[in-house]
Design a protein around this ligand. Structure first.
Ligand code: NAI
Ligand code: MG
Length: 393
């Protein structure tokens, strides 16, 4: 019986790139049945829930999801687009991908940032005799459920919250701020979640031969939360004698990664910091068209490109967007399922297409997106997929 995969195209270009990844999976001989799951803006507008219960049930049953992207909009816009029959009934918009991560406790987010040789978007560095093009091979482990994105926040905090906070001496500075003029977002981290993400990072480093794991936080300022990450990392690192533990501050790391990105192996961080670091590293390896990710829990895993729904390109037909980020996310799914030989053949095909450089999406040509990119030499989304499929050995 073929394996069942829940296919969650979502919105915008999610609907474009996900079928492309499935074409590549089929071409590599991966046998699966794809079961469609509803998710995204359309379901918020029609049902008041961007993540319907039936989709949660599908994932609970089949365990593996392949996700495209969703559109999120601010509170007011969300309220305005809700079906009139549902208005004022207490529906509140939440991001369905954040919801999925939290519902299934998909607490380990893995974002590999690995350059392909010959990609015109690769990071280059001025050197004494011209330019260096160091190949980046960093893998970001982002704690995916807690920290600043846990969603524990208020504008105009209730009195009990305010009172509780005022037991902290530093709240004196806010004594004269009326509650209605106060916004609070908390950064709560649990020791067990810190340990899980750090251990996952070290295990990955060990399995794939990385020589260092960097904890990227800010323990000199965020003494409690970042402090806990760092102290847990120091403890766990003792179990991995061949792997060095480095620690950097998030701000300094942003500077260093533009100086010597090639020295970093595995990087581990809290939710928001991991989000930032992985986007920054993604910029060095070709940007959102190349950035893939996995969200892994104890039972369930969802694989998705880092990019969003890129609404400004969703109507373009033929499509211009780069399907590689989605295809690489599908490769991560194959790895998770133990189909490493198939994922390697697909990655080799992508590497060959990029290095040959005959077929390039608009981003690889550094063009401004639009319907005119084809006259300027860009290929369509589908042509890129075709070329990759042609090169699968
Ligand atoms: P975005 O990632 O959708 O697009 C930003 C820009 O990146 C695009 O305009 C395009 O220039 C480029 N880009 C993105 N994907 C590309 C691809 N495959 N190939 C080539 N270029 C690509 O981010 P944006 O515009 O900030 O957000 C659009 C919507 O997506 C929003 O509603 C946002 O909330 C949502 N979003 C959803 C995410 C998810 O589903 N996980 C993640 C990020 C944003
Ligand atoms: Mg992001």
């Amino acid at each position: 019986m073929p394996r069942k995969i829940v296919s969650l195209p979502g919105d915008g270009i999610g609907k474009t790139v996900l079928p492309e990844a499935v074409r590549v999976l089929n071409a590599a001989g991966f046998e699966a049945e794809y079961i469609h799951g509803d998710i995204g803006w359309e379901f918020w507008c029609k049902e008041g829930n961007a993540l319907p219960q039936r989709t949660i049930d599908l994932l609970a049953e089949h365990k593996i999801g392949l996700f495209g992207a969703i559109t999120s909009k601010p509170k007011d816009a969300a309220a305005k687009e809700l079906d009139p029959s549902l208005r004022d009934k207490g529906y509140v918009y939440f991001s369905p991908i954040v919801g999925l991560r939290q519902h299934f406790n998909l607490d380990i987010c893995i974002r590999p940032c690995q350059s392909f040789k010959g990609n015109p978007l690769n990071f280059i560095r001025r050197s004494n005799n011209g330019f260096d093009e160091p190949l980046v091979n960093a893998v970001v482990f982002r704690q995916n459920t807690e920290g600043l994105y846990a969603g524990v926040e208020w504008t105009n905090p209730p009195k009990v919250v305010r009172n509780a906070l005022e037991t902290h001496p530093k709240m004196k500075a806010f004594k004269h701020v009326p509650s209605e003029d106060m916004a609070i977002s908390t950064r709560i981290m649990s020791r067990s979640a810190c340990r899980r993400i750090i251990r996952a990072a070290f295990e990955y480093a060990k399995k794939f031969g990385y020589k260092n794991v960097t904890v990227c936080e800010k323990p000199n300022v965020l003494r409690e939360t970042s402090g806990m990450m760092l102290s847990e990392a120091k403890t766990i690192a003792k179990e991995y004698p061949g792997i060095e533990l480095w620690d950097t501050n998030i701000d300094a790391q942003m500077m260093w990664l533009t100086k010597n990105p090639e020295i970093y192996g595995v990087i581990v961080a809290e939710n928001m910091f991991g989000d930032i670091i992985s986007d920054a590293f993604a910029g060095l390896i070709g940007g959102l068209g190349f950035a893939c990710s996995a969200n892994i829990g104890e039972e369930i895993a969802v694989f998705e490109p880092t990019h969003g729904s890129a609404p400004k390109y969703q109507e373009l037909n033929p499509s211009i967007v780069n399907p590689i980020a989605m295809i690489l996310s599908a490769c991560m799914m194959l790895d998770h399922l133990g189909e490493n030989e198939k994922s390697q053949r697909i990655r080799n095909a992508i590497a060959k297409v990029v290095e040959e450089g005959k077929v390039k999406t608009y981003d690889m040509l550094k063009l401004k997106g639009g319907a005119d990119v084809f006259e300027k030499g860009a290929c369509t989304t589908q042509q890129m997929t075709d070329e990759i499929i042609k090169n699968i050995a």
